[in-house]
Design a binder for this molecule. Structure first.
Ligand SMILES: CC(C)(COP(=O)(O)OP(=O)(O)OC[C@H]1O[C@@H](n2cnc3c(N)ncnc32)[C@H](O)[C@@H]1OP(=O)(O)O)[C@@H](O)C(=O)NCCC(=O)NCCS
Length: 195
């Protein structure tokens, strides 16, 4: 199992139910499931969905990028097959030590539009909180209607910025990014804009 030093605060596997009534299992990710997650991310990138075409040039590079992150899978309770990957990484937008989370969420293409994306995003927020993160930045491509819809539906996020060039799509065009932030701690961390 892939886990960080903080993962022991989570007692997994957990069993839950999607709004469709489908039972799912949330567990720590295995090495094999990390490879499957990488392949799902690469496939999404090829379809211009959520990840840049040149974001990860190899699985090795991807693994280096998420080293030290907490990696989880959402699996079908009946078959045990992976439905979605959830990685709680440390955000690069905070210039300190591991206080702000950056979630990677990916749903298997054949399993989309059944509420798994929202479930996976809610899981990343819940787990980031339980892992002690103070807040979360979500950096999403501006054309990613589904994840933006999910963030707005979950609530509590504030759009704090946008980047004119966020990544490259499969057709060679660049796409902008939208950055959202949510506070995860019980302490009121006011976001102050000072110039
Ligand atoms: C984004 C993603 C996680 C959504 O997964 P999903 O399982 O389809 O999401 P849900 O079923 O929970 O759908 C959430 C909402 O988005 C809508 N939605 C889903 N896919 C959509 C699409 N392609 N275009 C527009 N809306 C879409 C759903 O209809 C639903 O809206 P509703 O609540 O009004 O019914 C999935 O498309 C994915 O893995 N994409 C590639 C990776 C990615 O973009 N990750 C996020 C990077 S920041």
């Amino acid at each position: 199992m892939l886990s960080s030093p903080t993962s022991n605060v989570l007692d997994l596997p957990e069993i839950d139910t999607l709004y469709t009534g489908r039972p799912v299992v949330i567990d720590f990710m295995t090495e094999q499931e990390l490879t499957e997650t990488y392949n799902m991310i690469q496939e999404a990138a090829k379809h211009g969905e959520g990840y840049g075409i040149d974001e990860f040039n190899s699985e090795k590079e991807f693994r280096e990028e998420i080293r030290g992150s907490d990696c989880f899978v959402i699996k079908c309770a009946e078959s045990g097959t992976i439905l979605a990957g959830v990685i709680v990484a440390v955000s690069k937008f905070y210039r300190g030590h591991g206080s702000i989370a950056d979630p990677f969420v990916i749903v298997k293409r054949t399993e989309r539009k059944q509420g798994l994306g929202e479930f996976a995003m809610r899981t990343s927020i819940d787990f980031a909180k339980r892992l002690g993160y103070m807040g979360m930045y979500v950096d999403t491509f501006s054309n990613n209607t589904a994840i933006i819809k999910i963030i707005e539906k979950i609530g509590g996020f504030v759009q704090v910025g946008c980047l004119p060039v966020g990544g490259k799509l499969q057709n060679g065009n660049t796409v902008g990014s939208v950055i959202f932030y949510t506070n995860l701690s019980d302490v009121n961390n006011n976001v102050v804009n000072e110039t």
